[in-house]
Design a protein around this ligand. Structure first.
Ligand code: SF4
Length: 328
């Protein structure tokens, strides 16, 4: 895990919006605002945060389903943000995506065989019919579905099984990176655990890198090597999963973790109630964007935006405090 497969540098995705009754006065919705990180080969980086924090827009910008306003993204050294549509289509073979809702991402009119074979055809990887059938059977086996599933339609499967089909399709062109955008959020608890185990297993066997976008910290704790926490379009903390879960360095991470019930007393974080609503990304607070909800805010927080700074235990956090106050 020493070479980055994905390198995201100072990425911004801003949308123009109109304000006022007559729609006069331009403003910007800062969905993703100056985000920088890398994902190593074979690594799982989780992007977490509440709904609306910009994490799904970040995934879509990396895939260039949404055009970035500024910044750069490299996949295995190739600058995605500068590519033509034709070049991008070719490179997509190496970067696949699994969405939250397989019911809408799998065509109901196609048989599973054709759904899984589609990327093989699109990327010019399909051989003759026998070779495609053998590859589809192998992919179904890798995701724990029987060979006979190839002849059926998506509606004949449960939500968890449909997500296995979506994963098989993502694996078909042998990508280096899969972006999982809330890939288990719509599943029941048991299917969720099974899909998380499947993704971990595939990742280890195939050396895949995963960018795992999720609001569910309990799931993230099981799958991530590192975790990046987003708030109002920015990464406020990033670090190794174990260190970040044991000793969060940013008040927002601490508050998110406190909302996750942990049965082990040593790991139970005292519940921190955040005050107020998440501010609008059109008009974020001055200085630290978290200051209107932070229990530890002080004068400097309104005047100066904190940078992501590395802490002694390896995490980086965007907070003026060197250490969080002890919990009583
Ligand atoms: Fe809270 Fe200030 Fe740290 Fe922001 S910089 S998280 S407001 S203490």
């Amino acid at each position: 895990m020493t070479t980055p497969i994905l390198d995201v540098h100072q990425l911004r995705t801003w949308y123009p919006v109109r304000r006022g009754l007559l729609g006069r006065g331009a403003a910007w919705l800062r969905a993703v605002d100056d985000v920088t990180f890398t994902v190593m080969r074979g690594e799982t980086l989780a992007i977490v945060g509440e709904s609306g924090c910009g994490k799904s827009t970040l995934g879509r910008t990396i895939l260039r389903f949404v055009e970035p306003t500024e910044g750069n993204v490299w996949l295995d050294g190739h600058r995605i943000t500068e590519m033509s549509r034709v070049e991008l289509r070719r490179l997509r073979r190496h970067m696949q995506v699994v969405f939250q809702d397989p019911a809408s991402s799998l065509s109901p009119r196609m048989r599973v065989r054709d759904i899984i074979a589609e990327p093989l055809v699109n990327f010019g990887l399909a051989g003759d019919r026998a070779a495609v059938d053998a590859r589809v059977a192998d992919l179904l086996c890798q995701v724990g579905l029987p060979r006979s599933a190839a002849e059926r339609y998506p509606h004949e499967f449960s939500g968890g099984q449909r997500q296995r089909i979506a994963i098989a399709r993502a694996l078909a062109p042998e990508p280096d990176l899969i972006i999982c955008d809330e890939a288990v959020s719509a599943l029941d608890t048991s299917s969720k655990a099974q899909i998380v185990n499947l993704l971990s297993d595939l990742q280890q066997r195939l050396g895949l890198a995963l960018l795992f976008i999720s609001h569910d910290l309990a799931v993230v704790e099981h799958i991530a090597d590192r975790v990046a926490v987003m708030y109002l379009g920015k990464i406020v903390e990033i670090g190794e999963r174990a260190a970040l879960f044991e000793q969060p360095a940013h008040p927002y991470t601490r508050a998110l973790l406190s909302a996750v019930l942990d049965p082990s007393p040593a790991r139970r974080h005292a519940r921190i109630m955040l005050r107020g609503e998440v501010p609008s990304p059109i008009d974020p607070p001055s200085g630290c964007r978290f200051r209107t909800r932070c229990p530890y805010a002080f004068d400097r927080c309104a005047a100066e935006e904190p940078e992501l700074r590395e802490r002694p235990n390896g995490q980086s956090a965007a907070c003026h405090l060197d250490a969080l106050p002890a919990l009583s």
